[in-house]
Ligand binder design. Structure first.
Ligand code: SF4
Length: 480
């Protein structure tokens, strides 16, 4: 992914011209915010819980290496195979190898002589989106099926998820009905229950024939060596119960030290993400199944991914971003996300959290535009259940980008002029009359409605005749 100024602007323009998209995103985010507000209001100690969660996440981050080693030791002792990977490429290679071994020797042709691709069932995982796992496995000749309904819809539509927890949030039920007609060849339906039943009928067959199940990992408890996922649809249960081999993929920050820490986060996550008190299932991957058990994977792998996270860990101003529990609440609250939806951001994690993670994971040069896709209003920081100060991180990243990346000459000259004027009050006051005159007399009355971008959607402010400094001087005399 490379979100350049041009692609970002083009994406935003296209989103702003898409009324259907805007209506769907606004409806869904409003709904999520309202549900969240209801269940948060039930807890008088919500703010104390947020502070406690932030404290515990930070405590784990300060001894992340030891906590991860404890996770590895306890997981390995139960038969879980742990793989450490530095980046997406290494993760894909290892997962590809596990999948190849899992299907070796299995039938590759059907009874009708058709070539049958070995099947991998996936449950929702943004970490696997981050590393491009699905296209990689497809390039190796596997059929990879997303089994979360939203993920399945965007997969068959050939799109990327547009939200961390609600991948198809940008689509209305009418859009989904049309996608099903085009991609599945079924009759048009727009009733959500009928649409779910169509998908369920197809996915059930896939679950039964999948040879490998791939899941994400919402958390992994170090003291018990247990990765786990939270989910609502039951697909995570099937992906982790039916295939003979299961692979769970986690970023290093998903480790929690104790079950006690986990319990607190399990209170905060569903309330913030989907406005639920608790999700439909919390599935613990405790160990591989034995030959005496009829379900559960015989082989259980845990892939622990860095992919830029230790860079954030080493930066005191960004470290707290690793507290993130991927609830998506900051997206729902962000005025930019609520207007453009997630695809405009151009990479896996949209919204404020994505604009912070992108420069960390991809490097400043590749993601230099995203931290500027924010109003810095602070709604993201206010809503975050683990109190990540996202808007100040965005400000910090902007400073780093300006220092590290070449800026347009005109912009440089503008800001230097601004700095000089602001450093000299007399000059500042003398020059202030010019923009006041321009704004008041010229822009507002004559030009504003004709300016192509500015004037079309806005009216210029109605300025007072005098500046504050002039009023102060008139009322109180010269400031000594
Ligand atoms: S930054 Fe906070 S609000 Fe945003 S996804 Fe992460 S935990 Fe949720």
């Amino acid at each position: 992914m490379e979100t350049t100024t041009q692609t970002l602007k083009a994406n935003i323009r296209s989103a702003l011209n898409n009324d259907r998209l805007q209506a769907a995103v606004l409806k869904a985010t409003n709904h999520s915010l309202a549900k969240r507000a209801e269940v948060v209001a039930e807890l008088p100690n919500w703010e104390a819980m947020r502070s406690e969660a932030a404290l515990r996440r930070d405590r784990t981050l300060t001894r992340l290496d030891d906590t991860l080693l404890e996770l590895e030791k306890n997981a390995t002792a139960k038969g879980i195979q742990v793989h450490w990977v530095a980046d997406g490429e290494e993760a894909n290679q290892i997962i590809g190898q596990i999948c190849r071994e899992a299907v070796s020797g299995s039938e590759t042709t059907s009874t009708k002589g058709e070539v049958v691709k070995p099947l991998i069932a996936k449950s929702k995982s943004m970490t696997t989106e981050e590393i491009g796992l699905t296209p990689f496995l497809e390039s190796l000749g596997f059929e990879v099926v997303e089994t979360d309904l939203g993920e399945y819809i965007v997969q068959i539509a050939g799109q990327a998820p547009s939200h961390i927890t609600a991948p198809a949030l940008h689509l209305s039920r009418q859009d989904v009905g049309r996608i099903f007609v085009e991609k599945l060849g079924v009759e048009y339906r727009e009733d959500p229950v009928e649409l779910i039943n169509i998908a369920r009928g197809i996915l059930r067959q896939k679950f039964l024939s999948a040879q490998v199940g791939i899941t994400g990992c919402n958390f992994a408890v170090a003291e018990t060596g247990t990765p786990l996922i939270v989910e609502n649809e039951g697909n995570g249960r099937l992906v982790s119960a039916i295939p003979r081999v299961q692979i769970a993929v986690m970023g290093i920050e998903k480790v929690v030290a104790t079950l006690d820490d986990l319990m607190l986060l399990l209170e905060l996550l569903p309330r913030s993400a989907t406005g639920q008190r608790i999700t439909g299932s919390v599935i613990f991957f405790n160990r591989p199944s034995s030959s005496r058990e009829s379900d559960g994977p015989r082989e259980l792998h845990l892939v622990i991914l860095d992919n830029g996270r230790t860079k954030a860990l080493a930066d005191p101003k960004l470290r707290a971003v690793l507290r993130c529990i991927r609830c998506g609440a900051c997206l729902n609250a962000c005025p930019i996300y609520r207007t453009t939806g997630g695809h405009a951001y151009g990479w896996t994690y949209p919204g404020p959290i994505g604009a912070v993670l992108a420069p960390v994971f991809l490097g400043l040069e590749k993601a230099k535009d995203l931290p500027f896709a924010s109003t810095l209003c602070g709604r993201c920081s206010e809503i975050c259940p683990v109190k990540i100060d996202l808007h100040h991180m965005l400000l910090h990243l902007r400073q780093e980008i300006v220092a590290a990346c070449p800026q347009p000459i005109l912009e440089k000259v503008m800001w230097q002029t601004w700095e000089t004027v602001m450093d000299h009050p007399a000059l500042n006051q003398a020059l202030a009359a010019i923009p006041r005159f321009l704004l008041h007399e010229v822009l507002r009355s004559h030009w504003s409605p004709k300016l192509p971008l500015w004037g079309r959607d806005r009216s210029s402010p109605n300025l007072a005749k005098e500046s504050f400094a002039q009023m102060f001087k008139r009322e109180f005399g010269e400031h000594k």
